[in-house]
Design a protein around this ligand. Structure first.
Ligand code: 5GP
Length: 228
């Protein structure tokens, strides 16, 4: 019986990666960027544009029990699961955070998040305020951005005109929006989405600025006196 060549190759690649890491001790994990917003603020469009136009930003794909919308693919926008599967994942402790939002369950997989963090990319998490607060507790360095529409009228118009949900769901999302807006105080950055292009530039500017944080430059300070 011949043995599979996959294992030695995998092991060799792993050693190479480990060696690269040990020779680059200054490199740190990527940043976590939490983006929350009331439904209809345009957060998803912003996230998509930011990920598409940045090499160092990856999107955290959540699990949800919500039905896929037209054009949504499993593993693209979300991993779509039923309530039983979701509950099992909760019981097995597979989520870094999870929450019930607008009547459906949403959660961030621990394994998925850890794997993404190791890529040293910035991880963009489009999650609600409840989830955002849980992640911030686990990763205090996470950057928290709140996206708002220019005004309430625009929010209503966007929710209705995007025509993605049933009338009752739109109503529920609008009611929830008022509560969500109250949470803005818990966040660090505000982006007002009046024009998509401008909002995308603003989010990218915030992300770029993170590398200048003192906590991200520990190696510089640790070596400061040794370098002479
Ligand atoms: P939608 O159904 O419009 O895609 O998302 C509804 C809400 O669920 C949004 O506020 C979105 O940010 C939030 N959401 C998406 N994924 C997650 C997640 O993994 N965890 C939490 N807590 N909220 C999520």
């Amino acid at each position: 019986m011949g043995s599979s060549p996959a294992f030695p190759i995998f092991f060799f690649v792993w050693i190479l990666e480990l060696n690269k890491k040990l020779n680059n001790p200054g490199k740190s994990l990527g940043n976590i960027i939490i983006i929350s917003a009331p439904s209809g603020a345009g957060k998803t469009a912003i996230c998509n544009a930011v990920v598409r136009s940045s090499r160092n930003v990856a999107y955290s794909v959540s699990y949800t029990t919500r039905r896929p919308r037209k054009d949504e693919k499993n593993g693209g926008e979300y991993f779509f699961v039923n309530k039983t599967e979701f509950k099992k994942m909760v019981e097995e402790g597979k989520f870094a955070e999870w929450a019930k939002v607008h009547g459906n369950y949403y959660g961030t997989s621990k394994v998925f998040l850890d794997r993404m963090l190791k890529t040293e990319k910035n991880i963009l998490m489009d999650i609600d305020v409840q989830g955002g607060m849980i992640i911030k507790k686990q990763y205090p360095g996470a950057c928290m951005i709140f996206v708002m529409p220019p005004d309430l009228r625009t929010l209503k118009e966007r929710l209705v005109s995007r025509n993605k949900d049933h009338k009752e769901i739109i109503k529920m999302r609008l009611d929830n929006a008022v509560e969500e807006v109250k949470s803005v105080q818990k966040y660090e950055y505000l982006v007002i989405n009046e024009k998509l292009d401008k909002a995308v530039v603003e989010v990218k500017t915030i992300i770029k600025s993170l590398k200048y944080k003192i906590q991200k430059n520990k190696k510089y300070f640790n070596d400061f006196f040794d370098r002479g």
